[in-house]
Design a protein around this ligand. Structure first.
Ligand SMILES: Cc1cc2nc3c(=O)[nH]c(=O)nc-3n(C[C@H](O)[C@H](O)[C@H](O)COP(=O)(O)O)c2cc1C
Ligand code: SF4
Length: 469
């Protein structure tokens, strides 16, 4: 096999590996099977340590149920499941890799009990995990935890500025274990996206100058050019990244794939999700802000997402007293008289109520959204069932420390991400759950590699990528 542009292995964890990384994907969208196979093919596989699956004695996935009466107890149960699951996945992945490539784990810093989960997993997987990738938030403590367990860490950032903050405050103290920096393009990558307030979701920026500036920041802090920047987001054919490889301006470069590895034999996602990936067209993936984490994220614009868009569109501002243009009282959807709105919005509300969206739910932004009775019941049940999977949850107002509440009103425009990601990963309706995907997912339909319904093994995919395609 001829390797594209003489792409060379990199030294990682004391071993030569291809500079190709399977990005971690929660919940259960990368597991032992996919990451073990990726490592066995010579790259770096990533076990998702975000509420991973465990197995019973017969090898069946243990359903994660939460009989505990309080959120805090359910949160503790969730941490136990998360640690047990990730440990099991890492052990299996390590066996599959059989000494080839490397196994990383991924955690989200904004997940509930992130530190407890990470420490719990590393404690029980010594010698098996080569590195930890971590994004979603500002994981200042990542370097210190990595040092304690003597594993590499690979921060995920979306700008040089974020890297500088992490480095200056914490990472410079553990420079020797920072094996790479992942640049995750906030307009292209699947899953949660690190767009800052200064960046416009509708104005994608070219990744090249941003990565160049990340490298410049790293150099200014004294980080060697041999520490790779891992480009993540929208990477499909390596030949399209020709200018990035062996480019002195960028230093060492590696590539992370999140969406492409979803469609392999070993990929753990259900068949219906895999089949759907082949049908996507440009524009079918939406960068949106409904996630209860408060971050932007990218997912297939399926009926689930359209429903959230429509719910947010059925929204009107109100005030508690007559003020300004809020001159009339809402007379549908709410009880009580303290909802003053504009006459035009009252007409909208009456129209929605006539269509069956007859319940108005308050949001933290002094607005109400109109939903059906059934939707209202689901929202309330999901909020009541919360098991505290995030450090701060917009949807349920849960917080994983101090007084256990964000102090803000629970937001009915959002949703329980734990419930929906568990559901879709375990065979739930692909139309009624959140289906994360990167913005290049439409390329499955165009890439001849996948024609005639071909699904590669991970090894076939890695070999294909290595050719430049
Ligand atoms: C289904 C899905 C789930 C993901 N979950 C996570 C996650 O839990 N943690 C994380 O750091 N990145 C996550 N990502 C991002 C990937 O690791 C990867 O960086 C990204 O998908 C790369 O962009 P691409 O989708 O264009 O290949 C997810 C991506 C997808 C598609
Ligand atoms: S309501 Fe929020 S914190 Fe609770 S389980 Fe769902 S997503 Fe997680």
């Amino acid at each position: 096999m001829s390797v594209f542009k003489g792409l060379k292995p990199i030294l990682y964890g004391g071993r030569e590996v291809w500079p190709l990384i399977e990005g971690g994907k929660g919940v259960a969208a990368t597991n032992h099977a996919s990451s073990g196979a990726w490592a066995a093919a010579g790259g770096i596989g990533t076990v998702s340590a975000v509420n991973a699956d465990s197995y019973d004695a017969q090898g069946h996935v243990v359903p994660q149920v939460y009989p505990q009466p309080s959120r805090r107890e359910r949160h503790d149960q969730l941490i136990t499941y998360a640690i047990d699951g990730a440990v099991e996945q890492v052990r299996r992945a390590y066996d599959i890799a059989s000494g080839r490539g490397a196994i990383n784990i991924n955690v989200l810093w904004e997940m509930g009990g992130a530190q407890a989960v990470l420490e719990g997993v590393l404690e029980r997987t010594r010698g098996l995990v080569t590195g930890v990738t971590c994004g979603a938030g500002m994981p200042y403590r990542l370097s210190e935890i990595a040092a304690r367990f003597n594993v590499n860490y690979l921060p995920i950032v979306s700008s040089g500025r974020a890297f500088r903050a992490l480095w200056k405050r914490a990472y410079h103290k553990v420079a020797h274990l920072m094996a790479a920096v992942v640049y995750e393009d906030p307009w292209l990558a699947g899953g949660h996206n690190g767009l800052s307030n200064a960046e416009d979701p509708r104005k994608p920026e070219d990744p090249y100058p941003r990565v160049k500036s990340l490298r410049a920041t790293m150099r200014a802090e004294g980080v060697s050019d041999s520490v790779p920047i891992i480009m993540a987001g929208g990477v499909w054919f390596l030949r399209e990244w020709n200018d990035w490889i062996d480019n002195p301006e960028l230093g060492a470069i590696a590539f992370q794939f999140g969406t492409r590895p979803l469609l392999t034999e070993e990929s753990p996602i259900p068949q219906g999700w895999k089949d759907h990936l082949r049908k996507l067209a440009p524009g079918d993936v939406l960068l949106h802000r409904f996630s209860p984490t408060g971050f932007y994220s990218s997912a297939v614009r399926n009926p689930f997402l359209r429903n959230l868009e429509a719910r947010s569109a059925r929204q009107i501002p109100y005030s508690r007293v007559a003020a300004g243009e809020h001159t009339v009282q809402l007379d549908v959807g709410v009880r009580g008289k303290n909802f003053w709105v504009t006459p035009a919005d009252r007409d909208h509300a009456r129209g929605w109520a006539a269509q069956g969206f007859s319940h108005a739910l308050r949001t933290p932004d002094d607005t109400v959204v109109f939903v059906t009775g059934e939707e209202r019941d689901t929202i309330r049940t999901d909020q009541a069932d919360c098991m505290g999977c995030l450090s701060h949850c917009g949807f349920s107002a849960w917080k994983d420390h101090d007084d256990w509440s964000t102090g803000r009103l629970a937001d009915p425009r959002s949703f329980c991400i734990q419930k929906t990601l568990q559901d879709i990963a375990h065979g739930g309706d692909i139309d009624q759950n959140l289906m994360f995907a990167g913005h290049a997912a439409y390329r499955f339909a165009q890439d001849p590699f996948y024609s005639n319904n071909f699904t590669p093994t991970v090894k076939q995919l890695v070999d294909r990528i290595l050719t430049g395609d």
